[in-house]
Design a protein around this ligand. Sequence first.
Ligand SMILES: C[S@@+](CC[C@H](N)C(=O)[O-])C[C@H]1O[C@@H](n2cnc3c(N)ncnc32)[C@H](O)[C@@H]1O
Length: 452
Amino acid sequence: MIKDNARGMAVQILTRVEVEGAYSNLLLHKTLARLKDSRDRQFVTLLVNGTLKHRLTLDYALRRHLSKSMSALPHEVRAILRIGAFQLLFVDKVPPAAAVNESVELAKSFTKYTGLVNVVLRKVMEKGWAISWPDAKREAVRYLSVRYSHPEWLVQRWLKRWGSEETEALCRINNEPAPIWIRTNTLKISRPDLAERLKEEGITVELGARVPESLRIQDFGALDQLDSFRKGLFTVQDESSQLVAHVAAPQPGQSVLDACSAPGGKSSHLAQIMENRGEILAFDIHEHKLELINQLAHRLGITIIDAQLGDARNLPGIRLESQDCVLADVPCSGLGVLRRKADMRWQKDEKDLQELPSLQWAILERAASCVKKGGTLIYTTCTIEPEENFELVKKFRTVHSEFEPVDLSNYLPFTLTDPRDIQQARKGMLQLLPHRHEMDGFFLAKFRRIEH
Ligand SMILES: C[S@@+](CC[C@H](N)C(=O)[O-])C[C@H]1O[C@@H](n2cnc3c(N)ncnc32)[C@H](O)[C@@H]1O
């Protein structure tokens, strides 16, 4: 039996993820509920997410010192080695000797492998990053893939599009911890007042420079335990997502339709901008997610959101050309937010990029049909892949001459400086990239239905 301490729990989770294909976030959630000490909870989270994210790099480093393949080892031993190597290569606060000794302790349940774990991890400790890597120039794909733990197919795409320097910058930022942003609920409090409240609650706060409601927070525990959270003074939302409601810019009293709305982040921001006056029809295809929208609206004191079950490809009951503003925040590959989700990079493949655009197209077409003359249509994703973004929007423009692009520069709450962005924004589009814009990877497009 593996020990029931923080490291042992992480080994158990990683083993189940590998053997059963279990969801790491669900297992983590269950495990954390058993732990009283917040430091233990943080350590288990760090070990599980870090080991999942850096798996390819860890396996590459471990293989330099193993005489047999990783697949020849029991799953638990693999997990012990990976967690040990993760601490040695990526975690400064764990003394290296402790990382090795604790791993050997865990391996005592697998007597045959205790010696191997000891020898291999001591070598990782000794050599660290000074091992032979694939040549960065001649084998660029393989180098970036193993050095930054990204699947080769993804690296290959990005290299073709952006070249090695930018691809490396993107891979690097995908491995860094993501900043946590919150959005002020301006229906209840101003941003400076919220910042003061949060400071009183012991949180480090910094005002966002790009979005008028945004705040970056650090050094916090469970957010949902805070009085300011319970009172609905803010919600968690990345800055890039906070741009959407500003770009949509609905007026109080208007009719808005959010075609793919759960858990309600953008709907609730639209409601704030509309001063909680008008109507927002918030559709989602998953019934259980409607409750999340209702809970969020209730906490934030929003009364104009009507959450409805429905497929955005049909939007049952919605008349043609009936809405002032329609948002299609479509399901996507999520490749712009890899830094936020530890194992997402391993769950996606190129097939997703072939299949998703037809769903996104069907949603965009139906969403567009609901926009009234003079009304606006917004299309957004949290991905950085052209098939789901530029290409889809380009096709939309060729098929739908009744929509004109709207210059995003007039709506974004900050000034674009990169000439490439300014040019795209004029055509009604913007691709945000984590390594260029220091925001989550995100795509926005805005159109207006021509009046005549
Ligand atoms: C990107 S998320 C939306 C996030 C949301 N707009 C927010 O800001 O909180 C996409 C959502 O689309 C929903 N979805 C997926 N397929 C759908 C479909 N065919 N019709 C409607 N909703 C769909 C998913 O359940 C998911 O909640």
